[in-house]
Design a protein. Structure first.
Lengths: 204, 159, 402
């Protein structure tokens, strides 16, 4: 953040004192800050004319969660959008909420809380948004798992698949005997039900 | 009062416009068809359930052009295809098992796109409703029972 | 209407123009002379999750006083499938069919945005012909989506006949899509580095014929729906939003442009061949329901212009970039691609760790951002107008919940 020789560096611009956006391959202009400075940097962006909040995204890494915000300016002439990046450690995933600056951050931060467990300090209504309120765990973390999940590995086939493989010889060609096929099902269906009822509470 | 009169005129104008548009529409040919009695016109590229293609005159009834390379199974986003090659080393490269779980299939067509032999294609079958779910798990016999098709000239060029 | 207590109404400082007009009407007719004694309690009404005019599975609790909505508590997530998690378990190509299932009224632009993000990540150049085809199908998709909008907006205000006409027109687009990609709703047509297959023989001519016919008919449809007396009465002046509010609440797409902010990704962050095409970004200034409806109709006309130009300019050549390996494995990095979908700014943020599967795919759905503004937009309006306001935001819940 405290680079001094920043002017005339080609694809970069100093928005305000100490806040410099640089162009990054693939995603455009970015600004990376420490999480303590996030609110300050965001305020500077807001003052510099970035008035439209587009999204916040978490990325789960083993030790930390990286947050990427995207803001757009309807007033500026060039360098219209900026990705604002920060990082929070997994042991203490808290960061300042940007709702005071952009009301639009409300649902987006709730979404990130819901799926990543990042706690936004100062958010007016930090609840889960997609999942039920009593859901346990944060699904988009890499270590999340529950019984509903089907993970596709290249070599392995999941268990439904294995079951399907055994069946068809018996099941497929019988056109007429629909009723007779029905009794064959229950064992599988019962299994499926068992799995789905006790899901969700496993993690954490 | 003036407002009421203009409201009255506006309202009647809307009604007249509505009727005139409807009158225009009446002269156009109908755009619906009586579905169960009249078969729908499907375009050539229409994607229905996947099917295996037989090369007319080349392979016998049970086989088809599939060489069981397994690329379709790998390309499938929902893992609905199972392929196993026959174990006999002397026999030509053919599939021993080729199962399609249509309950999962989302008919995206990625399998047909990857097939290097042009042996797998999207059929025009769209009436796949059954009373028992098991019937949607197709084995090779079932898949091959579809109409005989001639293999495409250039593998991978179709769809 | 006799139940509204006038003093309470004044307390709520309702800035709605329709309401004050109606109040005047009621006062003229002598219907609200002695309402002082009538006590109105605040009610909580559950709207949805399965409500025919909720545009999907949307649950909201409307707190109403009389007929005036004082508070809205939206509750979403009924269609949540966590595509972002699914994406981490699929290869780059395998995820394309899933994007179809987000905004299912405009699948093509979803495909496009995702593929564009991956192309930016891997630095792939798309051939000219493929770009032109993308523009044509993308603009057809915009027309189709806006036609669905106009039909549902009309039917919510009671106009059921135009519903059939617009769906008839949309049928023409679906048939064109069936010809080019084989599906009518979940297209799975755009590929990383190009499109699935070249347009079949005669498809461009069919498209041109279709848009030419639609251009003529749009005149009638405008008069039929947007010029209709009842439609105007229900839409003009309802739930107005200022540019500041719209930006603050993160609106994108037609709802934002209806407030006077000219934010259109096709112009602000040009992609594909749009810089070479002539078209206007439609902007309206009042930001009420009627402007939000009109803007869609005008955009259809602009889309027709774009399609005509694109068909005229389309070069011969390949439709898929060379050198894309069958096992697609981009280098580690990040890519963000966004397009102007019919609903707004649709973006995909793809992070790669150098394997065949994306490390993270973030989907920025415009419907999600737009729906968020519903409480701010419609608190203080009548409960009957909330459905219209929801309709003019045009959310698709496959995209809101993802």
């Amino acid at each position: 953040m405290s680079d001094e020789n920043i002017m005339n560096q080609g694809n970069s611009e100093e928005i305000s004192a100490g806040i410099k956006i640089v162009e990054e391959k693939g995603i455009g202009y970015t600004l990376t800050v420490e999480r303590e400075d996030l609110f300050k940097a965001a305020s500077a962006l807001k003052e510099a004319g970035f008035d439209l909040f587009l999204f916040v995204s978490g990325i789960d890494y083993p030790e930390s969660i990286k947050l990427t915000y995207r803001v757009y300016s309807s007033k500026r002439q060039n360098k219209l959008a900026v990705m604002l990046k920060t990082e929070v450690p997994k042991s203490d995933p808290t960061v300042d909420s940007l709702v005071p600056l952009w009301s639009a951050a409300n649902w987006h931060e709730r979404e990130t809380y819901d799926l990543y467990g990042v706690i936004f300090k100062g958010h007016p209504d930090l609840r889960r948004i997609f999942l039920p309120q009593d859901w346990v765990g944060y699904p988009l973390r890499k270590d999340y798992s529950d019984d509903h999940m089907t993970v596709m590995d290249d070599g392995k086939k999941d268990k439904d698949k294995a079951a399907a493989k055994d069946k068809p010889a018996a099941a497929a060609p019988k056109e007429s005997a629909e009723k007779q096929d029905a009794p064959e099902q229950p064992s599988d269906i019962a299994d499926a039900n068992e799995v789905s009822t006790n899901g969700s509470d496993k993690n954490e | 009062m003036a407002g009421r009169i203009s409201n009255f005129i506006d309202a009647w104008k809307s009604i007249v416009i509505g009727h005139s548009v409807t009158a225009k529409k009446l002269r156009e040919p109908r755009s619906t068809f009586f579905y169960p009695y009249e078969p729908p016109k499907l375009e050539e590229r229409y994607r229905g359930a996947p099917m295996l293609v037989r090369i007319a005159g080349e392979t016998d009834e049970k086989e088809g052009a599939c060489t069981a390379c397994g690329l379709c199974a790998k390309a499938c986003p929902v893992n609905c295809i199972t392929v196993e090659r026959n174990k006999d080393k002397e026999a030509p490269l053919k599939a021993a098992v080729w199962n399609l779980d249509l309950t999962r299939c989302m008919i995206c067509g990625l399998c047909a796109e990857t097939c290097p032999q042009g042996a797998l294609k999207m059929s025009h079958d769209f009436e796949n409703a059954v009373y028992v779910k098991d019937k949607l798990i197709y084995d090779m016999e079932r898949v091959l029972r579809r109409p005989v098709m001639v293999k495409a000239a250039e593998p991978g060029s179709e769809e | 209407m006799g139940l509204i207590k006038m003093s309470k109404l004044e307390e709520m400082k309702i800035s709605n123009h329709n309401l004050s007009e109606l109040e005047k009407d009621l006062a003229l007719n002598g219907e609200v002379e002695s309402t002082e004694d009538i006590v109105t309690e605040e009610l909580a009404i559950h709207f949805g999750p399965q409500h025919p005019s909720a545009h999907g599975v949307f649950h909201a609790i409307f707190h109403v006083k009389g007929e005036v909505v004082t508070k809205i508590e939206p509750d979403i997530g009924y269609l949540h499938r966590c595509f972002e998690k699914i994406a981490e378990n699929r290869t780059y190509t395998q995820f394309i069919p899933y994007t179809d299932r987000m905004d299912y009224v405009a699948s093509m632009t979803n495909n496009w945005a995702y593929c564009m993000a991956v192309e930016k990540l891997a630095g792939i150049e798309v051939p000219e012909r493929a770009e032109h085809i993308r523009v044509i199908v993308g603009e057809l998709q915009r027309i189709a989506s806006h036609l669905v909008f106009l039909s549902t907006a009309g039917s919510e205000a009671g106009a059921l006949t135009p519903f059939v006409y617009f769906f008839d027109e949309r049928e023409g687009i679906l048939t064109l899509y069936e010809k080019i990609c084989g599906a009518r709703l979940t297209y799975n047509y755009i590929r990383i580095g190009g499109v699935r297959a070249d347009a079949p023989e005669g498809w461009l001519d069919d498209t041109l014929a279709f848009v030419t016919r639609l251009k003529k008919r749009m005149y009638d449809y405008d008069r039929l729906v947007l010029g209709n007396y009842i439609f105007k009465k229900r839409f003009i002046g309802v739930a107005p939003f200022s540019a500041e509010q719209a930006l603050d609440w993160g609106l994108t797409g037609p709802p934002l442009r209806s407030t006077g902010v000219s934010y259109d990704v096709r112009r602000s962050d040009p992609y594909s061949v749009y810089p070479r095409l002539e078209f206007d970004v439609v902007v309206k200034y009042k930001g009420d329901n009627y402007d939000r409806a009109c803007i869609r109709s005008d955009e259809i006309k602009q889309s027709i212009r774009i399609i005509e130009q694109a068909i005229e300019q389309i070069p011969e050549g390949p439709v898929k970039a060379d050198g894309i390996a069958k096992v697609f494995k981009p280098a580690a990095g990040e890519g963000y691609g966004h397009v102007e979908s019919p609903k707004g700014d649709l973006g995909f943020y793809v992070v790669s760790d150098g394997t065949t599967k994306p490390y993270r795919v973030k989907i920025q759905g415009p419907s999600f951002g737009n729906l968020q503004a519903l409480p701010a937009m419609s608190e203080g309006t009548y409960i009957g107008d909330v459905v219209l306001t929801l309709g003019t935001l045009d959310p698709v819940f496959g995209e809101v919940d993802r």
